[in-house]
Design a protein around this ligand. Structure first.
Ligand code: AMP
Ligand code: GLY
Length: 432
């Protein structure tokens, strides 16, 4: 089977790595990929993975690429191409593609849509309202005493959520999003949720429109600095499983969210074939969905795929075909930890093109896989090219072992000003 993957981050390197292991994969292209993706080879025939220099949002060029290579399956990594309708476009032209169509991807591309959907279908979430009128939005914030999560409706590179602790702060957040339009058109409407307290976990479920197969738990670390300090980022590290829910509790949380969600999708004619990623707060009153994403998490994918024992091609095919009810997910009992090595200054501005040393030494360690995220090749050397540079991932029979191995690998790697959090998985080990 010939496969095309869209995207260029750590998530996409992990997808490529796992797809390359499948005996079904006979050719694999990535648009545009990174310096890690083109270093993979296919288990089936030893062929190298090929990067094609097309951005994941350049729909006409992607379609032309599909016409050239005739992939049997295209796999979409990031949210933007989904929201732009890449799935609908490929399907119109007869190409099989994995990921939710434009209508289904609204769960991520519109927070207002998601929040209203949760209200319609009784999905446990925060007390919330959706607004385009500033005065009404202000009054709702005031009714919450200013303790709010104020969220721009549309995609805002993960930056469109402002947490406020007073009425003044909430008013300023509303001005920033609705009046000053700091996030552009994404901020023409807002979701305002009550500010919740609790432990945050990432859930993932692979869906085919009728069935949703729940993954084990993972936890991301969204703030830039140790101790959950500093600015929000795309995610600085993950681990799986997260010990805050037993298997039985996870299944129950999954049921509370996924059953009404599937029923709602059926009732509203939403055919979601892809990955649903609810961000969930475990509060004293039970689980509450903060948001839905319509794609694999990054860097959740890195820890999930290093634990997944199924053939990923078979799973994604079943998601496309609507036959997930015949599949069972199989997970290694190992724990997995991913530590992100980021550019100096990230998530603010940062330099690019810094040479990276020590990748071979890190890769030679047992139970370690260094996923590339923002890397490029320059005169045969691997250099930094984005904010999150590497997802250094390790697995072992214990979480402590996986964490030690991940940091041992991180310590082999150097680039000027490299920053990483030193407390990934610390909460799970009782030290966070
Ligand atoms: P979101 O993109 O909606 O997941 O929000 C980004 C981050 O803001 C989440 O990962 C949470 O850490 C935080 N957050 C979002 N909504 C809430 C809420 N209602 N209460 C507390 N924290 C929140
Ligand atoms: N791990 C955060 C995200 O993928 O949105």
């Amino acid at each position: 089977m010939k496969v095309l993957v869209l995207g260029s981050g750590g998530r996409e390197h992990a997808l490529v790595w796992k797809l390359a292991q499948s005996p079904h994969t006979t050719a694999l292209w990535v648009a545009p990929g990174n310096a890690g993706t083109c270093g993979e080879t296919l288990a089936a025939n030893g062929t190298p993975v090929v990067n094609v220099p097309i951005g994941a949002e350049d729909l006409p060029a992607l379609l032309a690429c599909a016409r050239d290579h005739r992939p049997d399956l295209t796999v979409v990594g990031p949210d933007n191409p989904l929201a732009l309708g890449v799935v609908d476009l490929f399907q119109e032209h007869g190409f099989r593609i994995w990921g939710p169509n434009r209508k289904a991807s609204q769960f991520e591309s519109s927070k207002v849509f998601s929040q209203d959907f949760m209200a319609r279908h009784g999905i446990p979430t925060a007390r919330a309202g959706t607004f385009s009128d500033v005065q009404e939005a202000r009054r709702f914030c005031e009714s919450l005493g200013g303790r709010c999560a104020v969220k721009a409706d549309g995609l805002a590179l993960g930056k469109g959520v402002l947490l406020t602790h007073s009425v003044d702060e909430a008013h300023r957040a509303l001005d920033e999003i609705l009046v000053d339009r700091t996030f552009g058109a994404a901020g023409s409407r807002v979701v305002i949720q009550e500010l919740l307290e609790g432990m945050e976990v990432s859930l993932h479920a692979l869906c085919d429109g009728k069935t949703a197969l729940l993954f084990p738990t993972a936890q991301d670390h969204k703030r830039a600095l140790d101790g959950d300090q500093g600015l929000n980022t795309g995610g600085m590290g993950t681990y799986s499983p997260a010990p805050f829910l037993s298997d039985t509790e996870l299944a129950s949380v999954g049921r509370q969210i996924l059953e009404p969600w599937l029923a709602g999708c059926r009732a509203e004619g939403i055919d979601f074939r892809g990955l649903l990623y609810p961000g969930v707060m475990l509060t004293r009153k039970g689980p509450r969905v903060l948001e839905f994403n319509a794609r694999f998490g990054d860097p959740e994918t890195q820890v999930y795929l290093t634990r997944l024992e199924n053939d990923l091609v078979e799973l994604l095919n079943a998601s496309v075909e609507g036959t997930l009810d015949r599949m069972t997910l199989k997970w290694s009992s190992n724990a997995s930890v991913c530590v992100v090595a980021a550019s100096p200054g990230y998530p603010g501005s940062y330099p690019k093109g810094l040479p990276i040393e020590g990748l071979d030494r890190a890769a030679a360690l047992p139970g370690v896989k260094v996923f590339h995220a923002g890397t490029a090749l320059k005169n045969g050397r691997v250099v930094t090219s984005s904010g999150r540079v590497l997802g250094v991932t390790a697995w072992a029979s214990t979480l402590q072992g996986a964490r030690d191995a991940a940091y041992a690998a991180v310590d082999e790697i150097r680039f000027e000003g490299m920053q990483c959090r030193r407390d990934i998985a610390a909460k799970a080990l009782g030290r966070g």
